[in-house]
Design a protein around this ligand. Structure first.
Ligand SMILES: C[S@@+](CC[C@H](N)C(=O)[O-])C[C@H]1O[C@@H](n2cnc3c(N)ncnc32)[C@H](O)[C@@H]1O
Length: 399
C-alpha cells in the first residue's frame, strides 16, 4: 500500500468528502473539492476494504471554490467538525444542495425541490462565530482540545472560529482538568458559561454550590412574535445563533390553519410554545426527561400546550391520537419505517418535517409516500457553515 496517491476528484458525497477512484476502488477524500487534482494521504486503506479514505494534503490543481482555510485546526489530520472550512461560503451551499439532490434521487427517487439558504448574518460574518453550543475535551496540558477526525487522539485547539466569539475566548482562555469533558454555552443576551464533567463553572473554577445555576435563558424573535425559554445548560438547543428563530418562522409559516398539532421530538418546546401561544391545541412529545422538564416549564403559561414525556413511537402506538398537522424534528437517524407506520395513523393532512440529515429525510420521504404523503416543498438551510451538516424543512401533504 502506498501512503500518498495522486487523485482526480469527482463529485461530493454525504459526510463531508468527495469521491475519487484509484485502480477501480472508491476513495473518499476530505479537504478537497470536485474537479481538483490532489496528492492525498491515505487514512484508512485496508487491502480488502471496499473503499479507502484519504485527506488531500497537497493541491496540484485547485478548484475556483477553494479559499484559505477558515479553521486550520480542522484541516488534514486535524479535528472533526470543520471539514468544509476550505470551501467558499456560496460553494458550501452548492455542495449541500448537491448532497440533498443526490440523496433524494437515490433514496426517494425524485428531484429535491428546493434550494439551500443562508442563515441571517452568516454572509456578513463569513460563516463564522455562529455556534452558541460547543463541546470540547481537555488535553493532557489542560487546554481545550477536540478529537482528531475518526480517531481517539485529541488535538489542542489554537482557535475555535465557528463558536460565538465570547465563547471561543472563554473556552480557549480557560485551563481544565486533563481529559475532562467541557460544554460551552453562549445563551442569547447572557455571558457564556462552562460546564465541566457535569459541574457548572464560574470564574475559571467549579461552582459546587447546591444552587449553582444550571439553566440558561434563550429568547426567540420572529416576525410572528417573541418567546423566551429556559433550557438546562447541557440540554438540547439549536446550535446556530439564528437557528431557533429561523426554524420557528419556518414551522409557523407552514402550519396553515391546523387547530390541533402534534409536536414530535419536541425538545424544550421550541416549536410547541409558539404554535400553542396563538391558541392551537398542541401535544408535545419528547423522550429525554431533562428536555421534557424544560418543555413543561416553558409551556407553563400556555394552556393549550400539553407536554408528554414519552418515546414518540410508543406514544403514537398507545394513544391512537389524531391531529390536523404534525411537526417532527427527529434526531439524525430520522423517524424510520416503524414510526412512520404509526404516524400515518394520526390522520394529519399536513406534516412539517425538520431534518438534520438529508439521507434520513430522503428515506423517510419514500416511506411517507407509501402512506400517501406527497412532498409539497422543501428548503435546505445552511445552519452549520464550515461543516457538511444540513438542516432541511419539508412540508408533506396527504394526497
Ligand atoms: C433535533 S432535537 C429537536 C428538538 C426541538 N424540536 C428543537 O428544535 O429544539 C431532537 C429531540 O428528539 C428527542 N428524541 C430523540 N429520540 C426520541 C424519541 N424516540 N421519542 C421522542 N423524542 C426523542 C431528543 O431528546 C431531542 O430533544
Amino acid at each position: 500500500m502506498r501512503d500518498l496517491l495522486t487523485l482526480e476528484i469527482g463529485a461530493v458525497a454525504h459526510g463531508g468528502h468527495c469521491v475519487a477512484r484509484h485502480e477501480g476502488r472508491v476513495v473518499f477524500v476530505r479537504h478537497t473539492l470536485p474537479g481538483e487534482v490532489v496528492r492525498a494521504r491515505l487514512t484508512e486503506a485496508g487491502d480488502d476494504a471496499r473503499l479507502w479514505r484519504a485527506d488531500a494534503v497537497e493541491i496540484l490543481e485547485a478548484s475556483p471554490d477553494r479559499v484559505a482555510s477558515a479553521w486550520p485546526d480542522a484541516g488534514p489530520g486535524g479535528v472533526g467538525g470543520g471539514e468544509l472550512a476550505h470551501v467558499s461560503l456560496p460553494a458550501q451551499r452548492r455542495w449541500k444542495h448537491d448532497v440533498l439532490r443526490e440523496a433524494f434521487t437515490r433514496f426517494a427517487d425524485m428531484d429535491f425541490p428546493g434550494e439551500v439558504a443562508a442563515a441571517p448574518g452568516d454572509d456578513e460574518r463569513g460563516g463564522l462565530g455562529y455556534r452558541t453550543r460547543v463541546t470540547v475535551v481537555a488535553g493532557p496540558d489542560g487546554r481545550a482540545a477536540m478529537h482528531v477526525h475518526r480517531s481517539r487522539a485529541v488535538k489542542a485547539l489554537d482557535s475555535l472560529p465557528i463558536a460565538a466569539p465570547a465563547l471561543e475566548e472563554l473556552v480557549l482562555g480557560t485551563r481544565f482538568p486533563a481529559a475532562s469533558h467541557i460544554q460551552g454555552v453562549a445563551p442569547a443576551g447572557e455571558e457564556p458559561r462552562l460546564v465541566v464533567d457535569g459541574t457548572p463553572w464560574k470564574g475559571g473554577r467549579p461552582d459546587r454550590r447546591d444552587n449553582a445555576p444550571r439553566r440558561v435563558r434563550e429568547s426567540v424573535t420572529t416576525p410572528q412574535g417573541e418567546w423566551s425559554f429556559q433550557v438546562d445548560v447541557e440540554g438540547f438547543w439549536q446550535v446556530h445563533r439564528a437557528a431557533p428563530a429561523v426554524l420557528v418562522d419556518a414551522v409557523l409559516s407552514r402550519i396553515g390553519d391546523a387547530e390541533t398539532v402534534l409536536d414530535l421530538y419536541a425538545g424544550a418546546g421550541l416549536f410547541t410554545v409558539p404554535l400553542a401561544s396563538s391558541g392551537r391545541s398542541v401535544t408535545s412529545v419528547e423522550s429525554d426527561a431533562r428536555a421534557s422538564r424544560d418543555a413543561r416549564r416553558n409551556a407553563h403559561d400556555v394552556p393549550s400546550a400539553s407536554i408528554v414525556h414519552a418515546d414518540t413511537r410508543a406514544f403514537l402506538d398507545a394513544t391512537g391520537v389524531t391531529a390536523d398537522a404534525v411537526v417532527l424534528d427527529p434526531p439524525r437517524s430520522g423517524a424510520g419505517g416503524k414510526t412512520i407506520d404509526v404516524l400515518a395513523k394520526v390522520g394529519a393532512s399536513r406534516l412539517i418535517y425538520v431534518a438534520c440529515d438529508p439521507v434520513a429525510l430522503a428515506r423517510d420521504t419514500a416511506l411517507l409516500a407509501a402512506h400517501g404523503y406527497v412532498l409539497e416543498e422543501a428548503q435546505g438551510l445552511d445552519l452549520f457553515p464550515m461543516t457538511h451538516h444540513i438542516e432541511t424543512v419539508a412540508t408533506f401533504v396527504r394526497s
